[in-house]
Design a protein around this ligand. Structure first.
Ligand code: HPA
Length: 269
């Protein structure tokens, strides 16, 4: 986006949402939108009021920016995301992330729903993402100029944040798995052969979001942590048929654990 379009978004957000002090950015994925209910003193701005923000098309994605407070931190919650698969638009989350960065976000926490390749992490499990494999072969940085676009993706999922989440999980008695997320563009679920290939490549979970957002966030210099709620075993590894309805109902199983992990993370410091 041009600087002046971002400046206009910042203007709208701050006029409607009031001042914020280094808010922590959150992106809430399928079935996790309810986490926005935890925001105190919430100021809600619909994506429709924000030029360049997506119009999320998937059930479970509200399409609202919620500013407020959780624990000891101001937060800027993107309740709902747009995916590459909706319009074939890999820049779909660029405006929201540039806006978060421009209002002072230095940290981005992401959630999503994902399929598991690990027997030990079944539906309802929570997995901390340690790294990703971008199997869609596209980048939200296409078209960027300058050397800044050659973003270092080592430690993209901030190791210190990961450790903090693991410590919280241990302290709170929450099982938090760790894994590598394979990004497929969707919207179809993967074939069993694709899932098999992803496993050989070193993936532990598969999904249709998050990786482009993490690339954009790292480009902007944000520190990132991300976690997946496992809604199903990946295609061909289980007899259960896959569906979006299934994703939504199983996401609810882990909601409480994710809420507690986030509440503790945002209460620390
Ligand atoms: N594959 C891709 N995305 C998903 C899945 C899956 O199995 N489950 C939830 N989101």
């Amino acid at each position: 986006m041009t600087d002046h379009r971002v400046a206009r978004l910042v203007d709208i957000v701050l006029k409607r949402g009031g001042p914020v002090d280094k808010p922590i950015g959150l992106i809430l994925g399928s079935g996790l939108g309810e986490l926005a209910d935890e925001v105190a003193d919430a100021r809600i701005i619909s994506y429709g009021e924000l030029p360049g923000f997506p119009k999320p098309g998937v059930t479970g994605h509200a399409g609202r920016l919620v500013l407020g407070r959780i624990g000891n931190h101001d937060v800027a919650v993107l309740q709902g995301r747009a995916h590459y698969y909706e319009e074939g638009e890999i820049f779909a989350m660029k405006a929201p992330l540039e806006t978060l960065h421009a209002i002072g976000c230095e940290t981005l926490l992401l959630t999503n729903a994902a399929g598991s390749l690990r027997d030990s992490a079944g539906p309802g499990s929570v997995v901390l993402i340690r790294d990703h494999i971008n199997l869609a072969g596209v980048s939200p940085l296409f078209g960027e100029a300058g050397t800044q676009r050659f973003v270092d993706m080592v430690d993209a999922y901030d190791p210190r944040y990961c450790q903090r989440f693991l410590d919280i999980a241990a302290r709170e008695n929450i099982t938090l798995h760790e894994g590598v997320y394979a990004y497929f563009c969707g919207p179809n679920f993967e074939t069993p052969a694709e899932v098999h290939a992803a496993k050989i490549l070193g993936a532990d979970l598969v999904g249709m979001s998050t990786a482009p957002e993490v690339i954009m966030a790292r480009f902007l210099g944000l520190r990132v942590a991300a976690m997946s709620i496992i809604t199903n075993y990946a295609a061909g590894t289980d007899s259960e048929p896959l569906s979006h309805e299934h994703t939504m109902s199983n996401a609810a199983l882990a909601l409480n654990d994710v809420k507690r992990l986030f509440a503790n993370f945002l209460s620390d410091d």
